[in-house]
Design a binder for this molecule. Sequence first.
Ligand SMILES: O=C(O)CCC(=O)C(=O)O
Length: 307
Amino acid sequence: MFLDTLARPLNVALSSNGFALDMSPERLGWLTPSDPHDTIAQLRDQFQAQGYLWLKSLLPRAKVLEMRRRYFAAMQETGLLKPGTDPIDGIYSGDETPKQGHINKIMAEIVRRADYEAFCFSDEVWRFFESLLAGAVYLHKRKLVRHVVPYATAATGAHYDLTYLRGGTDTVCTAWIPIGDTPVELGGLVYLEGSDKFGREQEAEFSRKNADLSPEDRISAYNKNMTTTGWLTKDLPMLANRLNSRWLVADYEAGDMMIHSAYMIHAATTNLSDSGVIRLSTDIRYQRIRDEIDARWNEHWSLDDML
Ligand SMILES: O=C(O)CCC(=O)C(=O)O
């Protein structure tokens, strides 16, 4: 177990979708890191208690940085990167003219590429899940890779993942892998402390409300009982107040892997990099092969897949 939580003073004002986070110690804290070399029994207990594990240096740093280099090298033709910079640094051109359509096309290619798939299937990753879940595991074909440019106005709102995966087991786990160092200022994932329990209650309430819908609508994240995005809210400070909880942040490093339960509430903050660094990450889902699989996730990600 890592004993300290690597906390440090933060000299920036964190925000998300235009909502300023309350940065008082009652509303903002730090994630607790875990040592992947702890026994699996310890890690399972910690996962159950926290709803997440921040696994430090699970992957070789060089492997993660190579993925970063490959991603941004592929993006170079779109004008996303500052000319003359090394793709591994992922420095934003600041030029808003790159066509989003071109970027989306490259993203759709990347999630189908063998190098990216091999990364998601890294031994370190699947073996960890096999051990945690005590059985052979399955990686969902639908995998997401996201880059977030500095000061982008939109960020991921507060949600829990089962909203989008209701057609399968609720023991599905998400791995969120920062592809590059992602200090708090770069707008990585933030987790609402203790929210796995609230997510379960919320989902039980949605199940009651959804009971009279068609089977297809019942598992949809966008049915009449949900918001248009499936998110609980974009207003992170309001949610922390309502649940009397804290948003937990972290300085993620290349090689770390976050995992969270299907009920754990998370979101992202605005990338505040003043040196133009683009935040890059992937989020992928593992589960036991013997548990029910949500068939809707059986295709590669595409922009219009409506999931
Ligand atoms: O990277 C993000 O902004 C969102 C990722 C996410 O929601 C997830 O990993 O489940």
